[in-house]
Design a protein around this ligand. Structure first.
Ligand SMILES: CC(C)(COP(=O)(O)OP(=O)(O)OC[C@H]1O[C@@H](n2cnc3c(N)ncnc32)[C@H](O)[C@@H]1OP(=O)(O)O)[C@@H](O)C(=O)NCCC(=O)NCCS
Length: 166
C-alpha cells in the first residue's frame, strides 16, 4: 500500500468493482471533460447505455489499480505491458488534490518493475496539462471517431523512463 499526505491508498481493482469504475469514468467525462468537449462529444465518449458486460470484461483485461480514501474509490488508472496507460480518471469531486499524481507514481513504479523504457497515452484535451506536468510530450494531435461518427480531439503523448524516475 502506498500512502501520501492525504492518506490515499493504492491497490488493485477487485473483481466486482468494475461498474464502480464505470460510474466514476462516466460522471467525470460528463462533468470535468465537458469543459473541453461538447455535449454530443461526451455522450459519444461515454454513452449512458453502455454494455456493462463489455465494460466489465474490458476492466478485467486492463487490470486497473485504484486510489482509495476511507473506503471510497476516487481515481483509477493502469499500465499495460507495452507501456500504454489506457485509462486515467479521477472522481469529479476530487480534482486537483493530487489523486492523479498518486496514480502516476504507481504507474512509474509498475513500469520499472516491467522494465519499460517508455510510457504512452492517448490523452484528452483536459488531461494534457497533467501529463505535461509529469514529463509526457505530445507526439501527435489526433482525431478519433466515437459512436455515431462523432469526432474528438486527443493527443498521443509519450514519456521516456530512466532508472530512478518517480
Ligand atoms: C487529468 C486528471 C486525471 C488530473 O487529475 P488530478 O487528480 O486533478 O491531478 P493532480 O491533482 O494530481 O494534478 C497534478 C498537477 O497536474 C497539473 N494539472 C492537473 N490538472 C490540470 C488542469 N486542468 N490544468 C492545468 N494543470 C493541471 C498541475 O500542475 C497539477 O498540480 P497543481 O494542482 O499543484 O497545480 C483529471 O483532471 C481528470 O480526471 N480529468 C478528466 C478525465 C481525463 O480526461 N482523463 C484522461 C483521459 S486520457
Amino acid at each position: 500500500m502506498v500512502k501520501n499526505r492525504f492518506d490515499f491508498a493504492v491497490r488493485d481493482m477487485r473483481v466486482g468493482e468494475e461498474l464502480t469504475l464505470w460510474r466514476l469514468f462516466h460522471d467525470t467525462i460528463h462533468t470535468v471533460n465537458l469543459g473541453d468537449y461538447s455535449a454530443s462529444q461526451v455522450d459519444a465518449w461515454s454513452p449512458s447505455e453502455r454494455d456493462q458486460q463489455q465494460w466489465t470484461e474490458r476492466m478485467q483485461m486492463i487490470s486497473p489499480f485504484v486510489v482509495e480514501l476511507d473506503g471510497e474509490i476516487i481515481g483509477y488508472s493502469d499500465v499495460q505491458a507495452d507501456g500504454l496507460v489506457d485509462h486515467m480518471f479521477v472522481h469529479k469531486d476530487w480534482q486537483r488534490r493530487g489523486v492523479a499524481t498518486c496514480l502516476m507514481g504507481e504507474i512509474v513504479k509498475r513500469a520499472a518493475a516491467l522494465n519499460l523504457k517508455i510510457l504512452s497515452a492517448h490523452v484528452s484535451i483536459t488531461a494534457r496539462p497533467f501529463f505535461e506536468a509529469h514529463g509526457f510530450l505530445v507526439e501527435q494531435k489526433q482525431t478519433v471517431t466515437q459512436g455515431d461518427g462523432v469526432t474528438l480531439t486527443n493527443f498521443l503523448m509519450r514519456r521516456a523512463l530512466s532508472a530512478g524516475d518517480e
